[in-house]
Every structure is written in structure tokens, then in C-alpha cells.
Design a protein around this ligand. Structure first.
Ligand code: NAP
Ligand code: F7E
Length: 332
């Protein structure tokens, strides 16, 4: 008998991770369904063109009836809940919307799964985040945050994600669902939105090289992050849903670097050794509360999932700058 194709439903299909995950699942032969929101979604055409093999379903994380309908259409084996308001700075300006989408939206999706899957066949992935740890000195383990570290979120985004994390655990324990959270540290790449600091820098560096821009305005430069490549991280998400039992995992590189270090490597890529004349600080990009330092410990994922990131920090910066140079060269 021919193998039956697995079916996956991805929320957040138009986002960075949604694109990487769609490619990965397509290479594995899945039938893929993606949730797209809004009457006029500007990313719809690009998504349809790049992923002709994805069936788009109109739904919104804040509208549970639309999620139930999406489940009925997709009939998935696996659900990847990647949709969220994901920008930490934006979450300070829109805290209630962030709570509704990034927090309560997870409950809406879990309930949609529970109501349409009485036999608990569906496997559910929740996109949890290192922002739940908060990066304060008192709760920073020496080897990096792991699955047992304590939480202290520092933004409306982090707080909303913590709700999503715990409600996923609660549904696993209460209803025996295969529901897991991947606690992912920052992951970047050519699909990263320009509103995030890495892509904002690599885009500006490319434009400076081509004479289209003369400086970049940033907020605080001292925070440190554990930055990996998004293409590596979606592989870890998929592996989490292939396990015999549902468990949470941290995905990280185990290294931390400051924004200044990112600037140094990015500008070196275009032959500039001193980036300082090109960078201006602008308080508009600073946050009411900052996450000082994030470092993850991926030991459990490496041991149990056999997962390991492939792209290192210099490789990531290079990949992003080179990608942006190519794009900016062809833009008018
Ligand atoms: P992203 O690029 O910002 O994508 C977010 C996605 O969510 C977009 O497709 C967006 O759709 C969708 N969305 C927003 N509001 C929605 C709503 N009300 N209903 C349905 N969809 C909605 O984020 P990402 O970097 O791919 O991250 C994926 C997930 O992982 C997010 O949950 C993020 O919080 C989490 N995470 C990310 C990182 C990281 O470093 N990238 C680390 C840890 C966790 P539109 O195109 O319509 O806006
Ligand atoms: O900021 C500082 C900023 O917005 C990184 C999301 O994917 O990863 C991401 O959240 C750092 C912060 O990412 C600018 O203050 C300075 O210290 O690129 P970011 P993030 O806040 O770490 C986590 C894991 C997620 O879960 C989130 O969804 O850079 N910074 N100047 C700046 N940040 C931005 N965006 N823009 C600046 O101009």
C-alpha cells in the first residue's frame, strides 16, 4: 500500500520561520496548509508565488471559529503554531493586542485542535521563546538557560509567550494531547524581518556599501543574544513532533554575542573596520525594560533529538550581508 502523505497546518506561514518550515516539510513530502490573516495581506502574493504547494486558509488567531474551520479543512497530523506578534519593542506599544494574539491566541489554537481531534491524534508545536527567561543576572545559569530554568519575562511579548507556554503544558497534562513547546533562542537569516536588529543592520550595511544610505540608527548596542540560523531551527521543531513522548526542548547555539560584535562582523564583510562613524544611537529604538544577556544550553536537544545547529555566528552574519547585497544590487 502506498504511504499516506502526512499533513501539516502552519500558522504564521508568511513569517520567517513559516517560510523555512514550509520548505522543510515540502522536502519531506508533506501536504502543507498555511493560515493567512487579513482581507488584504500584502504578503499573500509573494507567499503564493514562492510556495505554490501550500494551501492557504484565511483565519486569525484571535477568531477561534476561523481556527476550527482551518482544522476541518486541513485535517492535519501536525500543527505548528508559529503565528504571533513577535516584535518585543512593538509589544510595549501594543500590550493588549500582544496579549490577545501571542498569549490567548495559543489557547484559541489549542481549543480548535482539542474540539476537532477527539482521539488525540494531532501533534501540536508551540513557538516558545528565550524572552521568557528575561536575561537578568540573578536567574542566569552558567551554562545557559535550559528546560528547567526559571522564567522572568521582561516585556508584554515575553509575558504573553509565557502564558502560551504554560497553557500548552496544561493541555498536555489535562487532555493527554501531544503538545510541546520549543523554547527557541534568537534565530535569524535571509527571511528575517527588517524590524529586527540583525536584518536591520545587514540591510543597512548593504545599502551603505552601494551608496544608498550613509548611516544606521539603533538603540542599545550592549545587549547580548544567542543568535542562530532559522533554517537550522525549523529542523529542530520538526524533530520535536517526531518523538515517542511529548517534551519541551531548548534550541540554541550555546554562544552569546553583543550587537557591537554583530556590527563589527557585518561591516567587515564590506571592508569597513570601524563601524562607529556609521552608527547613531536613537532612544526611539530603546525599550522600557531590556533583556541584557541570553545564552541557551541546547544539550537536551542535541542528546535526545540529535539536533545541532550547522551555521555559526560569523557564517550567519556573512550569509545575511551577502543576501542583502544581492537584493539591494538588483533593486532600483
Ligand atoms: P514573524 O516573522 O514575525 O512571523 C509572525 C507570523 O505571525 C506572520 O506570519 C504573521 O502574519 C503571523 N500573525 C501575526 N498576527 C497574527 C494573527 N492575529 N493571526 C494569524 N497570524 C498572525 O516571526 P518568526 O520570526 O517567524 O517567529 C515565528 C514564531 O516563533 C513566533 O511565534 C515568534 O514569537 C517565535 N519565536 C521567534 C524567534 C526568533 O528568533 N525568530 C525566537 C523564539 C520564538 P502577517 O504576515 O499577516 O503579519
Ligand atoms: O532585538 C536591541 C534590542 O528586536 C535584539 C524576536 O524574534 O528574538 C527576537 O526578539 C536586541 C534587543 O530581537 C535596535 O533592544 C538595538 O536588545 O532583534 P530584536 P529580540 O528582542 O531579541 C526573541 C527570541 C523572540 O522571541 C522575538 O520574537 O537588539 N536593539 N537597536 C534593537 N532592536 C531592534 N529591533 N531595532 C533596533 O534598532
Amino acid at each position: 500500500m502506498a504511504d499516506v502523505k502526512k499533513r501539516a497546518l502552519i500558522t504564521g506561514i508568511t513569517g520567517q520561520d513559516g517560510g523555512h518550515l514550509a520548505k522543510l516539510l515540502h522536502s519531506k513530502g508533506y501536504d502543507i496548509f498555511g493560515i493567512i490573516r487579513g482581507q488584504h495581506n500584502t504578503r499573500r502574493q509573494i507567499t503564493e508565488r514562492e510556495f505554490p504547494y501550500v494551501t492557504l486558509i484565511e483565519a486569525d488567531l484571535v477568531d477561534q471559529s476561523s481556527l476550527i474551520r482551518a482544522m476541518q479543512i486541513a485535517k492535519p497530523d501536525e500543527v505548528y503554531n508559529l503565528a504571533a506578534i513577535s516584535h518585543v519593542g512593538y509589544s510595549f506599544k501594543n500590550p493588549q493586542l500582544t496579549s490577545d494574539v501571542t498569549g490567548k491566541g495559543v489557547l484559541n489554537m489549542l481549543e480548535a485542535v482539542r474540539l476537532t481531534d477527539p482521539d488525540n491524534k494531532v501533534r501540536f508545536y508551540q513557538a516558545s521563546t528565550s524572552e521568557m527567561f528575561g536575561g537578568l543576572e540573578y536567574n542566569r545559569p552558567e551554562k545557559g538557560y535550559d528546560e528547567d530554568s526559571s522564567f522572568h519575562p521582561r516585556s508584554p511579548y515575553g509575558v504573553a509567550k509565557l502564558y502560551g507556554h504554560w497553557i500548552t503544558t496544561n493541555y498536555r497534562e489535562s487532555y493527554n494531547m501531544f503538545a510541546v513547546s520549543g523554547i527557541l533562542f534568537n534565530h535569524e537569516g535571509d527571511r528575517r524581518g527588517v524590524e529586527f536588529v540583525t536584518r536591520k543592520i545587514t540591510n543597512a550595511v548593504a545599502r551603505i556599501k552601494l551608496g544608498k544610505q550613509d548611516h544606521i540608527e539603533l538603540g542599545d548596542l550592549w545587549p547580548k543574544r544567542d543568535w542562530g540560523y532559522a533554517g537550522d531551527y525549523v529542523e529542530g521543531m520538526w524533530r520535536m513532533l517526531q518523538q515517542d513522548k511529548p517534551e519541551d526542548f531548548v534550541l540554541a547555539t550555546g554562544e552569546t554575542h553583543s550587537i557591537e560584535e554583530f556590527l563589527t562582523l557585518a561591516f567587515k564583510e564590506i571592508g569597513i573596520d570601524d563601524w562607529k562613524p556609521y552608527v547613531k544611537q536613537n532612544p526611539a529604538f530603546m525599550r522600557p525594560a531590556e533583556v541584557d544577556l541570553l545564552l541557551g544550553n541546547p544539550e537536551k536537544a542535541e542528546r535526545v533529538l540529535g539536533w545541532k545547529r550547522k551555521v555559526d555566528f560569523p557564517g550567519l552574519v556573512k550569509l545575511m550581508v551577502q543576501h542583502d547585497l544581492t537584493i539591494e544590487e538588483t533593486k532600483i
